[in-house]
Design a protein around this ligand. Structure first.
Ligand SMILES: *Cc1c(COP(=O)(O)O)cnc(C)c1O
Length: 401
């Protein structure tokens, strides 16, 4: 253990010093195939030349201006972000730095919308069991997993967790006298890669529209192309078969391809709710992050690029499904989870321990999501041949374990 850090993370025994595409190299020169992308962050891989160029060019111009002013980089990024999400109902954005910060902003936005229209007391935000929305006190409140809550109360009031998939419970929970918003991950990441059913999302959209409850999607992990559409919820339909429009969407993780960035996106109902002074963030819309984010948006929000994510995900899921030791594979696009018999953590350790230059052997970087689920979130730029290599290593690890 390196004791300069507080003890917040269980770490695997490896220290990285260089990356290239879907490969990371440790301080001893050992090589690892990256099937985790830093938890859906490095979605264009490591050291992606257009990203490196955009960041270095922006850094050579200026790093930061405060929010008294606009910056050309953040204007270009925000315009592209609205363009990419307009089909999903988005009209304008607030730029932040992280997922938790984006969700905090989303909760403030939902509460103010309801307060302005209906007065006090209609502030509850309904979220799902198994959800993950962040580590701040309020976003922990929103997170529907008890294991993250211990030791840190009292929490922000006004959150209600209900099971996903249960439409009767949803209907009862969405009390129009009390509830401002419903916050959902279309595909839950942290709790094991759990896509919500079509019926559930369709019902949620209908109930929210009827009761003027804001339909809010946390797309921090599943958005920005991860599932093969720019936003994951775009694959769901309303009861008439039309695309669903969101009232609020949050993004972060891969939004700037590895530079910290987050965003709160507002639809028609919420676009004018905040007034000057209501919300802010010193680093939100940072020009270097915005320059990186612009490259991500230009690259990912392209039908052919998105189709290729689906293609790569299909190769990977098909191979996993055909493996005799894997029972169930869940996921969409390059957001994939499967359960193993043994614990996930030693499996990740085995993926690291395998790296050995003398045997010309590389390691495999994977993620867990719960005690026995392996989560794979490769970069969108991964090559088919690298997917095959990863599958081969995975298969060896499964048979060895
Ligand atoms: C990672 C994550 C968050 C929190 O993001 P941070 O940048 O770590 O604050 C919130 N929601 C979802 C769905 C996430 O995957």
């Amino acid at each position: 253990m390196n004791d300069v850090f507080m003890n917040t993370y269980t770490r695997l025994p490896v220290t990285f010093s260089r990356g290239e595409g879907s490969w990371l190299y440790d301080i001893n020169g050992k090589k690892y195939l990256d099937f985790g992308s830093g938890i859906a962050v490095n979605l264009l891989g490591h050291n992606y030349p257009p990203l490196v160029r955009a960041v270095t060019e922006q850094a050579a111009k200026y790093f930061h201006v405060c929010n008294y002013y606009l910056s050309d980089a953040s204007v270009a990024f925000a315009e592209k972000l609205v363009e990419a999400t307009e089909p999903a109902g988005i009209k304008n954005v607030f730029l932040a730095n992280s997922g938790a910060e984006a969700n905090e902003g989303a909760c403030k936005l939902a509460r103010k919308y309801s307060l302005l229209k209906y007065g006090k007391g209609r502030h509850t935000i309904v979220t799902l069991k198994g959800s993950f929305h962040g580590r701040t006190i309020t976003t922990l409140s929103a997170t529907g997993q008890e294991k993250f809550h211990k030791d840190f109360g009292p929490f922000t009031e006004g959150f209600l967790h209900i099971p996903g998939g249960d439409i009767a419970t949803l209907e009862a929970a969405l009390d129009e006298k009390k509830v401002a918003g419903l916050l959902i991950e279309a595909v839950q990441g942290e709790s094991g890669i759990v896509p919500q059913s079509d019926e559930f999302i369709t019902a949620a959209a209908k109930l929210c529209a009827e009761r003027d409850i804001l339909l809010m999607f946390d797309e921090i992990q599943c958005g920005i192309g991860r599932t093969g559409s720019f936003l994951a919820f775009e694959q769901y339909k309303d009861e008439k078969g039309n695309p669903i429009k969101a009232d609020i969407v949050t993004l972060a993780k891969g939004l700037a391809g590895g530079i910290p960035a987050g965003a709160v996106l507002a639809g028609e109902k919420t676009r004018c709710v905040f007034s000057a002074g209501d919300h802010g963030s010193t680093f939100g819309g940072n020009p270097v992050a915005a320059a990186a984010g612009l490259v991500v948006l230009k690259t990912v929000n392209n039908p052919e690029f998105l189709a290729d994510i689906v293609h790569k995900g299909d190769i990977l899921m098909k191979a996993l499904r055909s493996h005799h030791m894997i029972k169930e594979v869940r996921g969409r696009g390059l957001m994939i989870g499967f359960d193993i018999e043994s614990d996930a953590w030693p499996f990740l350790q085995a993926g690291i321990a395998r790296a050995d230059n003398s045997k010309n052997q590389s390691g495999l970087l994977m993620l867990s999501a719960g005690a026995k689920t392996i989560r794979l979130l490769p970069a969108y730029t991964i090559l088919d041949s690298e997917i095959d290599q990863g599958i081969e290593i995975l298969s060896q690890l499964l048979c060895a374990g």
